[in-house]
Design a binder for this molecule. Structure first.
Ligand code: NAD
Length: 350
C-alpha cells in the first residue's frame, strides 16, 4: 500500500532507518524534525532530491508549525518518533524531556485530531497515529520473566517516565476522541547511524581510538537488543495492519548483559583492526547510573502472531555488520565527535 506519512524525529537514529525504508517501499515521507543535537541530517543524504521525501524543519511543541506540517503533508498516517531519548541526559536535565516528550506529544496529538476531524468519513477511518515508545516504561525485570503488552507501567528514569506519560496521552486520545492510535514499546535498538553517546557506538569508537571503555557498575545489566531495520519493519507492519487501540511489544530475543556486549565489540574490533593488544584491556568499571534498571526483555509474540513479524538478524551478525558500518563511515561520525559530542560522561545528577 502506498501512503503519505508524517514521520516525526526522522533525522534521528530509528527515524532515519524508517524514512529510508518507507521511501524504498514507495511511500511519500514528510519528516518533521527540529534537528536537535541528536539529529544527523547526513543519515538521510540518500533521499536528497527524491520527490517522495521532504524535511519539515519544525518543533513538535510548536502548535502552529505542526498544524502547517499537516497541511503540507496531508498524511494518511503519523509515525511519532521525535523525542529526547538519552537516559543519561534526562538525569542531568529532565526539563527538556518533559517538554518534548510530554508537551510535544500532546501538541502533536491535538494537531492530528484536528486533521482527522477535517477528513471525510472513509479517510478519517483510515487515518492512523502510531506512537513509538520504549520498553523502559515497564521498569526493571528480575532474573526471570518478560515484558508484554499487559505489564504494568513502572518507569525508573526521567526519560522513561516522560515516555510513559506520552504513552498514556496517546491512548487517551484514542479512547476519548476516537483517534486511531496504536502504541509500540520496543527494546534497545542498535545498528548503523546511532548517535555515539549510546552504548554500542560509544564502545566501538572508543575501542577504535584506543580510549577507555567505561562500563557502568559491574556490567551485569541486561538489555534485549534489536537491529534498527527490524524495528523499522515492525513499525511499518503496525501502521499498515495493526489494530487501532492496540499496543505491540517489539523485541529482538537477544538478551545480553552490557559486559558481554562490550567484550563482543572488543573482539570484533580486534579482528578488524588488530593492534597487538586486546581491546578488553581498555574496559574500566565506572560509577553506576542512578536508578539503573537491572534487566529488560520483551515478549513480542503478539506482534509475531497477529502481523507475522519476526527479527531477521541474530545479535552477533547484526553487531558485526554495525561495527563494519562504523569502520566504513567515518565521514558520518567524525563530524559529530568533533562537534556537539565529545564522549564526556553524562548522567550523574548535577
Ligand atoms: P534519537 O535521539 O536518535 O532521535 C530523535 C530525533 O527527534 C532527532 O532527530 C531530534 O532532532 C528529533 N527531535 C527531538 N526533539 C524534537 C522536537 N521537539 N521536535 C521535533 N523533533 C525533535 O532517538 P531514537 O533513538 O531514534 O529514538 C526514536 C524514538 O524511538 C524515540 O521516541 C524513542 O523514545 C523511541 N525508542 C528508542 C529506542 C532506542 O533503542 N533508541 C528503543 C525504543 C524506543
Amino acid at each position: 500500500m502506498s501512503k503519505r506519512v508524517l514521520v516525526t524525529g526522522g533525522s534521528g537514529f530509528i527515524g532515519s532507518a524508517l524514512c529510508l525504508r518507507l521511501v524504498a517501499e514507495g511511500w511519500t515521507v514528510f519528516n518533521l524534525d527540529a534537528l536537535t543535537y541528536a539529529a544527523a541530517p547526513a543519515s538521510l543524504a540518500a533521499l536528497e532530491g527524491d520527490d517522495r521525501y521532504a524535511l519539515i524543519h519544525a518543533d513538535i511543541r510548536d502548535g502552529e508549525a505542526v498544524k502547517a506540517a499537516f497541511e503540507k503533508a496531508r498524511p494518511d498516517a503519523v509515525m511519532h518518533l521525535a523525542a529526547e531519548s538519552h537516559v543519561d541526559r534526562s538525569i542531568t536535565g529532565a526539563g527538556i524531556f518533559v517538554d518534548t516528550n510530554v508537551i510535544g506529544t500532546f501538541t502533536l496529538l491535538e494537531a492530528a485530531r484536528a486533521w482527522r476531524d477535517g477528513l471525510s468519513g472513509e479517510a478519517a477511518d483510515a487515518f492512523r497515529f502510531l506512537h513509538v515508545s520504549t520498553d523502559e516504561v515497564f521498569g526493571s525485570l528480575g532474573a526471570e520473566g518478560l515484558f508484554s503488552e499487559d505489564t504494568a507501567y513502572d518507569p525508573s528514569s526521567p526519560y522513561s517516565s516522560s515516555k510513559a506519560a506520552s504513552d498514556h496521552l496517546a491512548r487517551a486520545w484514542g479512547r476519548t476522541y476516537g483517534l486511531n492510535v496504536l502504541v509500540s514499546n520496543c527494546s534497545n535498538n542498535y545498528g548503523p547511524r546511532q548517535f555515539p553517546e549510546k552504548l554500542i557506538p560509544l564502545m566501538i569508537l572508543n575501542a577504535l581510538a584506543g580510549k577507555d571503555l567505561p562500563v557502568y557498575g559491574d556490567g551485569s545489566n541486561v538489555r534485549d537488543w534489536l537491529f534498527v531495520e527490524d524495528h523499522a519493519r515492525a513499525l511499518q507492519d503496525i501502521v499498515e495492519r495493526g489494530r487501532p487501540g492496540e499496543t505491540y511489544c517489539i523485541g529482538g530475543n537477544a538478551e545480553r548483559n552490557n559486559l558481554d556486549v562490550v567484550h563482543a565489540i572488543c573482539d570484533i574490533v580486534d579482528d578488524r583492526r588488530p593492534t597487538g593488544t586486546a581491546r578488553r584491556e581498555l574496559i574500566r568499571f565506572v560509577t553506576d547510573r542512578p536508578g539503573h534498571d537491572a534487566r529488560y526483555a520483551i515478549d513480542s509474540s503478539k506482534l509475531q502472531r497477529e502481523l507475522g513479524w519476526t527479527p531477521s538478524l541474530d545479535f552477533e551478525t547484526g553487531l558485526a555488520g554495525t561495527i563494519d558500518w562504523y569502520l566504513a563511515n567515518e565521514d558520518w561520525w567524525r563530524p559529530i565527535q568533533e562537534g556537539v559530542y565529545r564522549q564526556e560522561r553524562l548522567g550523574l545528577p548535577a
